[in-house]
Design a protein around this ligand. Sequence first.
Ligand code: SF4
Length: 449
Amino acid sequence: MAFDVQSLIPPLDGPMCYRPSFDIHAIVAGEQRMTDGQFLELYHHAALPDLGRWAFAAVSRHHPEDYRTYVIDRNINYTNICTARCTFCAFKRNDPGAADAYTLDRETIYQKIRELVALGGTQILMQGGMNPALPLSYYQDLLQGIRQHFPAVHIHAFSPPEFVEFSRFFNMPVPDLLAKFKEWGLATVPGGGGEIFSDRVRSRIGPGKCSGEQWLDVMSAAHRLGMHTSATMLIGHIETIEDRLDHLARLRQRQDWALANALAHYSAFIHWTYQPDNTPLDRKRKWTPDSGKPFEFDDGRTVRLADAHEYLRMLALARLYLDNFANMQSSWVTMGPKIGQLALYFGANDMGSVMMEENVVSSAGTTYCLGEEQICHLIRDAGWIPAQRNQYYQVLRRQDGADAPDLRPRKPGIFPLRQHKITPQEAGAYRAISLRTWSSRVEPAASPP
Ligand code: SF4
């Protein structure tokens, strides 16, 4: 018998831990847009279960379907040589002569795509490093070669910081570069390098990388050309809640513009938490709620890591605030499978990608890896039918038959769904501090703007 997930939604007019000073029901119903003041009020005062049920009601309005989605793609990091010096990054190599600096040749990339196709994958997510040694012809050959050899594979590649650097390397305006890349086979642009748009944060964690406004301009140019993009946010480093809100506000504003004026728009929002291992930023002092002081931006000298509670809190608030975004992804890669699954109850409607390969967050000590079988199991276990999608969030296959990846008969004695046991490295991802202890001490604003 099908499980009716709607039955899990608690009544919105039921008991709440925190009663907002505004009409939260109108926001959940999409009748009103959340203001910045209302966002801050909820961040500082609402309890996580309340945020979860409001966000769940909102995501159920956007997605009343009986399924939740995932995509099979492969992350291909074609080079780790980079001109930028992001302090949260353990992946880049600034010295091209370093023993472990690399740039993948075409054949290696083709082989990775062949493996993806053999597993039923439909797209690649390809990002660098911003490598000044690569000529424009490298990208042309790569894109045209992939298009020719793998015409069915969707190319989701090259984030805005890369385009801004390409513009400098090749002395060509970003819109012209985007148009060329599109002609060569690029289909959509991933939201990598979004981090936090605020200049004061960005200048400290991402030296050598494009500004927040440049990031947004690249995406608007892609939208004008009819290329969908995704939007991202990195939390749990030196940013304040006001910096996160500013980030979301600028995304919402640009999405309004794209929906009204452009041929394409942001198809999804994804946020994740900073993973500290092996990164320069990890050497900064850490804020703890036990200090008795609120977290403040002190020229970026103090880091406030984000734990699962903070991740879910931001997901729920983003779902309520970004009313013009259709899709929100769960970040199980950084949060682990169980929090990733729980995210479906806090505003996410998509489990993101089955992970064949990941090099960036794994360089920073996070090593979660789930196959299609496990992703399907997590979705079904949460009450929905798993469905494989493409990059446009169109369903390719509902996994509701006996041959679904998580329902196929197994060999006796094998319990593959339990393979994602916690390793010491994974346990490290949960060591972040609880942030709510301090926030609950803040007095409510008398009258939110
Ligand atoms: S995050 Fe990206 S842009 Fe920044 S240093 Fe790492 S590879 Fe380069």
